[in-house]
Structures are given as structure tokens and as C-alpha cells.
Design a binder for this molecule. Structure first.
Ligand SMILES: NC(=O)c1ccc[n+]([C@@H]2O[C@H](COP(=O)([O-])OP(=O)(O)OC[C@H]3O[C@@H](n4cnc5c(N)ncnc54)[C@H](O)[C@@H]3O)[C@@H](O)[C@H]2O)c1
Length: 297
């Protein structure tokens, strides 16, 4: 089972990157959005990113100017765009990257289940919802996987490939092979909360916040400890500000609702109060730090 034609639903932050890496990997891709405006925005992002990558390759001597231009044209030529669901009907794989709302995702998959050919594999890029619930809604749970890419998709080398108990082995292998074709390192994971990365990362951020809330150490020292003691590129509180306090809270709330007895998913008091005050991290200028662009204090 080879994946040659891919549909990507949602061409926002994650979706535009998935469209791009799939096209770079040699697939024909249909970028699908709700309206022409969102589609144009996503495609413009892809074109900017392809041009940047091409000029980097020229700078590094990996390609001549002509080769780079040909590479951009060839990659761009594999990308079609659409606002009609029927254009996804003959795709071998459809990857969903719409807003993180379970009802919206289930509704979409239910509709796609009636639109796409029976062989089409479905995948969700969700960060926090159970893959199994969407698989059931699609009406084809044996042809459903999670494909969890990381931001920025063009640069991050990982994709988590998530299977449920019902995922067909051949479908799973095809999804892993697609991840590799996109230039990523696929890791296999069962349908568990947060898969591998977020299951480790979010409770780690929670522990750092609780340490700060208890007054065990200052935010600067907690961050410096993990940066210089463990070689992390940034400390956990800076990371929380980058991820967004609202996003972190919403992941935790989803988990605590489903797993109320799991202490690792508890919500720190300061996280809840800061979100209520609109202090959502770098994007609003304040979270655990005050931000001016990339400068924090
Ligand atoms: N942002 C991250 O760092 C990150 C990382 C990994 C996974 N994810 C997951 O990826 C998904 C997308 O996140 P994002 O950050 O790209 O969001 P985003 O808001 O940037 O993009 C979502 C896009 O989906 C479109 N959309 C919404 N409903 C649609 C529909 N029914 N049909 C077609 N298009 C629709 C919107 O117009 C928007 O362009 C979410 O499930 C998120 O949890 C996000």
C-alpha cells in the first residue's frame, strides 16, 4: 500500500507545513481549507518557506540557482488547493490539521467517511484527543491512525505515528512510510494521552510551575537549571510561555476530565489564574515572564 496522493484538511500553522513536507517527499497533495482566504494564506506561507529553503540550499552549495528554482517549481507543482471536499475523494491518505476541537474533528471525519474512497487512510494531527474516538466517528477505524507532527513542521524531525487496537497493520506501516517520506523520524505509539512527547513534556512543565508556586526556586533559576544542567534549549517556564498557557491548560483539562485519578495531570493554581487574567504567554506579552518580542524579563 503506497501513499501517492495526500489530502491535508486545514492549512494553518501545522497544516501548511504538512502540505509542504508531503510535497517535498514526492506526494501529490491537495491542501483543503474552509474558505479561499485561509487557503491563500496557507499557500503563501508554503511559497515563502520553499523560497527560503531553496536559497539556503544555494548558500550552502547544495544546489545551483537553476536547480533550486527547478526544485521549488517541481515541489509547488505537486500542490493543488481546494475548498471542495469532493477533491479529497481519491486521496490515499487524508491528514486532518483543523482546530483542536473534538466535536469538529469527529464531524469532519464522519463526513469524510462518506466522501472518500473506501481505501483512503485517515489521520489526525491532534495533540491531545484520543485517536480512537475520531476513528469510530469516521466509520473506518481499521484505516485510521494518528500522525502527530511538531511545530515548525518543516524543521522538526519527529512524527509520532499512533495506532489504536483496531488499526490495520498494513495501514500502520503505510503511515510510518509516509512519515519517513516526509523526511521525519517516525516513532510508534499506542493511543495514550499525549502519546510520547506531550505525556512527558506537559507533566514536566506542571512540575516546574508547581515548584515556582511553592517558592522552591525563582523562575530564572528553574529555567537555568534545566538549560545548563540538562542541556535543554530553553527552561520549562520559558517553554510554557512559548507553548501558550491557554494551550497547556486546555491539554491538562482534557486529560483530568478523562483521567481524574492521575496526579501527573493536575492543574497548577497559577496556570489557571494567569489564563483567567488573559496572561497567555509570549503571544499576549505576559505569562510566567513579561515579553517584548523575543525578549523576556
Ligand atoms: N500548534 C502546534 O504547535 C501544534 C503541534 C502539533 C499538533 N497540533 C495540532 O494541529 C492541529 C492544528 O493546529 P494549528 O496550530 O495548525 O491550528 P491553526 O488554527 O493554525 O490552523 C487550523 C486551520 O484549520 C482551518 N479549519 C478549521 N476548521 C476547518 C474545517 N472544518 N475544514 C477545513 N479547515 C478548517 C482553519 O481555517 C485554520 O486555518 C490541532 O489539532 C493542534 O492540536 C498543533
Amino acid at each position: 500500500m503506497e501513499i501517492k496522493k495526500v489530502g491535508v484538511v486545514g492549512c494553518g500553522l501545522m497544516g501548511h507545513g504538512i502540505v509542504q513536507v508531503a510535497a517535498q517527499g514526492g506526494c501529490d497533495v491537495v491542501a483543503f481549507e474552509m474558505d479561499e482566504g485561509a487557503l491563500a494564506k496557507g499557500i503563501a506561507r508554503i511559497e515563502k518557506s520553499l523560497a527560503k529553503l531553496a536559497s539556503k540550499n544555494v548558500e550552502k552549495g547544495k544546489m545551483s540557482e537553476d536547480e533550486a528554482q527547478a526544485w521549488v517549481a517541481e515541489t509547488r507543482g505537486r500542490i493543488a488547493s481546494s475548498t471542495e471536499k469532493a477533491s479529497l475523494a481519491d486521496c490515499d491518505l487524508v491528514v486532518e490539521a483543523i482546530v483542536e476541537n473534538l466535536d469538529a474533528k469527529k464531524g469532519l471525519f464522519s463526513e469524510l467517511g462518506g466522501t472518500c474512497k473506501p481505501e483512503t487512510i485517515f489521520a489526525s494531527n491532534t495533540s491531545s484527543f484520543p485517536i480512537g474516538e475520531m476513528a469510530t466517528a469516521s466509520g473506518r477505524p481499521e484505516r485510521f491512525v494518528g500522525l502527530h507532527f511538531f511545530n515548525p513542521v518543516q524543521l522538526m524531525r519527529l512524527v509520532e505515528v499512533v495506532r489504536t487496537d483496531e488499526t490495520d497493520a498494513e495501514v500502520y506501516d503505510a503511515a510510518r512510510a509516509f512519515g519517513s517520506a516526509c523526511g521525519k523520524t517516525p516513532v510508534s505509539c499506542k493511543d495514550t494521552p499525549g502519546f510520547v512527547v506531550n505525556r512527558l513534556l506537559v507533566p514536566y512543565m506542571v512540575q516546574a510551575i508547581e515548584m515556582l508556586d511553592r517558592g522552591d526556586a525563582s523562575k530564572e533559576d528553574i529555567d537555568a537549571a534545566m538549560q545548563f544542567g540538562c542541556g535543554h534549549p530553553m527552561g520549562p517556564l520559558t517553554l510554557t510561555d512559548y507553548v501558550g498557557l491557554d494551550t497547556t491548560l486546555s491539554i491538562l483539562e482534557g486529560w483530568t476530565e478523562r483521567y481524574p485519578d492521575e496526579p501527573a495531570f493536575s492543574v497548577p493554581a497559577s496556570l489557571r489564574s494567569k489564563v483567567a487574567e488573559g496572561k497567555l504567554g509570549r503571544k499576549t506579552g505576559e505569562g510566567y515572564y513579561a515579553w517584548e518580542g523575543d525578549k523576556k524579563s
